[in-house]
Ligand binder design. Structure first.
Ligand code: OSB
Ligand code: MG
Length: 368
């Protein structure tokens, strides 16, 4: 697989509504795309790093920098035999998993397109469509939240995740549970906003029969999650804390989580994501596919991943319209609460050139 050029392209995508989490508010998604040109095909990757290092240490300008200086030159010089080797070539460079994931995704897309195989087939998808949840941001008031949830349920989402933080937890959860009933699949995500000292407050969520509490404590606080798991009945799910299959095994064996959120960008790519799926299945731990407000490119790959057998909980794989008035690919549209897994070669779709041009803010080409 001879890679002759790599494009780093920045796009600016306005969100349909500001998305507020415990770590900040996002109104525009500043996305870095990676396009790999190989002899026999081209491929696209999407970097999920955000504008500032608040979800995790990575941020989009740093991802562009490390790709430009180190990762892309290493991959181009390596004379890769397959996308499977990308992680090995990049291993000498510490961290920067979101940047690595974007490059591996682009190489994998190119490889699969050249071989006429789909992401779903490569990852081991066993479903043609996946059930979809929606992640609902922190709002200014409970009535505003109830309206937002009502709209999403009317659209067909099969599971609701509420973003929480101290001061916005029991009250919104109670309101949504009371209004929409016990059958609603409901979970919460704190994005590290609590400490172990908040264990009693978090245990107040127990009566509401949540599927899980996602990442209540600091990303590095594995022992804290282990201790918290003894003090709350609701299953703990880890997001930020899990950077690899090794982390997943450690967290499960320590009893720090009973569910794992798999985000390919966070863990260095779709191939490591598949390994996390495999170790979780081996330990009887359910997984679901997280999201990072991806465009249609990342969404296509995430939906394919979510079609693997161990993804037994609905993911944050929402339709394009939940994020963007106009996506850079053909939009993903919800059908009866589900999204279809693409079956075409590679991702099964590519950016629509005119749309991509409209949102592009910068582009640079890297060659050997
Ligand atoms: O923690 O899951 C998270 C979005 C950006 C960063 C972190 C998270 C999220 C979401 C939204 O919850 C998931 C999505 O719909 O893409
Ligand atoms: Mg999360």
């Amino acid at each position: 697989m001879n890679i002759t050029g790599v494009e780093l392209r920045r796009i600016s995508m306005p969100l349909v509504a500001p998305f507020r989490t415990s770590f900040g508010t996002e109104s525009v998604r500043d996305v870095l795309l990676v396009r790999v040109i190989a002899d026999d095909a081209e491929g696209w990757g999407e970097c999920v790093a955000m504008t500032s290092p608040r979800y995790s240490a990575e941020y989009v300008d740093a991802a562009a920098d490390v790709l430009r200086r180190f990762l892309v030159p290493a991959v181009m010089a390596a004379g890769l035999s397959a996308a499977r080797s990308v992680a090995e070539v990049l291993a000498p460079f510490k961290g920067h998993r979101m940047a690595k994931a974007a490059l591996e995704m682009a190489v994998l897309d190119a490889e699969l397109r050249a071989e006429n195989r789909s992401f779903g087939r490569e990852l081991g998808a066993v479903r043609e469509r996946v059930p979809c949840g929606v992640s609902v941001g922190i709002m200014d008031s409970v009535p505003e939240l109830l309206d937002a949830v009502e709209g999403y349920l009317a659209e067909g989402y099969v599971r609701v995740k509420l973003k929480i933080e101290p001061g916005w937890d029991v009250e919104p959860v109670r309101a949504v549970r009371e209004r929409y009933g016990d059958d609603l699949l409901l979970q919460v995500d704190a994005n590290t906003a609590y400490t172990l000292a908040d264990a009693r407050q978090l245990a107040r969520l127990d009566p509401f029969d949540l599927l899980l509490i996602e990442q209540p404590l600091d990303e590095e606080d594995m022992l804290g999650h282990m201790e918290l798991a003894k003090r709350v009945r609701t299953p703990i799910c880890l997001d930020e804390s899990i950077a690899s299959a090794r982390d997943a095994v450690a967290a499960i064996r320590l009893g720090a989580c009973r569910v794992v959120n798999i985000k390919p960008g966070r863990v260095g790519g779709y191939l490591e994501a598949r390994r996390i799926h495999d170790v979780c299945v081996a330990h009887g731990v359910p997984v679901w596919c997280g999201g990072m407000l991806e465009t249609g490119l990342g969404r296509a790959a995430n939906v394919a991943l979510a079609a693997m057998p161990g993804f037994t909980l609905p993911g944050d794989t929402s339709a394009s319209g939940r994020y963007y008035a106009s996506d850079i690919t053909e939009p993903f549209v919800l059908d009866d609460g589900h999204l279809d897994v693409s079956t075409g070669p590679g991702l099964g779709l590519a950016p629509v050139p005119d749309r991509l041009a409209e949102v592009t803010t910068a582009s640079e080409w890297l060659t050997l």
